[in-house]
Design a protein around this ligand. Sequence first.
Ligand SMILES: *[C@@H]1O[C@H](CO)[C@@H](O)[C@H](O)[C@H]1NC(C)=O
Ligand SMILES: *[C@@H]1O[C@H](CO)[C@@H](O)[C@H](O)[C@H]1NC(C)=O
Ligand SMILES: *[C@@H]1O[C@H](CO)[C@@H](O)[C@H](O)[C@H]1NC(C)=O
Length: 230
Amino acid sequence: MPINPRRALIVFFSLRVTNMVFSEDLFNKSSPEYKALEQRFLELLVPYLQSNLSHFENLEILNFRNGSIVVNSRMKFGRPVARGVTTTVYLILEDFCNTAYQTMNLAIDKYSLDVESDQADPCKFQACNEYAECKVNKWSGEAECVCNAGYFSVDGLPCQSICELQTDFCLNDGKCDIIPGQGAICCRVGENWWYRGEHCEEYVSEPLVVGIAIASVAGFLFVASGVLFF
Ligand SMILES: *[C@@H]1O[C@H](CO)[C@@H](O)[C@H](O)[C@H]1NC(C)=O
Ligand SMILES: *[C@@H]1O[C@H](CO)[C@@H](O)[C@H](O)[C@H]1NC(C)=O
Ligand SMILES: *[C@@H]1O[C@H](CO)[C@@H](O)[C@H](O)[C@H]1NC(C)=O
């Protein structure tokens, strides 16, 4: 495994807690629910990892995801790192799962344990939803979810359609729709009228359009006949 000697070793891991229920607030990194659960996992895991892994530097909870509760984390090791560190981490986490159940009544699905090193795809642990694309920053190596056009993330929550986030996005009863790759559009169309503009603010009616068309055809004929006669 080629290792960049200047960089600390990063190991990602993911575990699934089966006896806890996920709530929407756990998406929100500034919510008290998120902070409390983050604190709880750090307090449980850090001393455990510190006493079992040499050169362990820190642990960061990346996010919580639904699926009971999935805890995605990243830990950093200083040099020198023992060979096969991912295997060691795996064994220690497995041991932790047993202890967690006996002492803290925390049921962790051992088969959900996923440990990957440096070369892992950081996007996997970011777990972006279907309305986002994961982008990796070339310099920091950190991954983030970037919402598709027409979708937005509020307080780190999964990307949501602007039509849902902002119910008054369309004026004049316009129907809000997301056009893939372009963003939100709204517009209501009637028999011989429609609205136009980004928020459907402009009324267009067919008689008016027909009038303009007739006027321009008449104007053209007038100019054309002028050319023929002179
Ligand atoms: C979590 O997933 C379960 C099962 O798919 C679903 O019923 C529940 O609504 C989800 N919870 C949230 C907060 O998204
Ligand atoms: C996220 O949590 C903060 C703090 O509780 C709250 O002020 C904010 O409204 C929440 N955001 C969303 C989108 O729920
Ligand atoms: C890890 O450390 C804890 C104490 O913090 C200890 O009880 C446990 O046996 C250790 N596990 C391994 C695999 O060494």
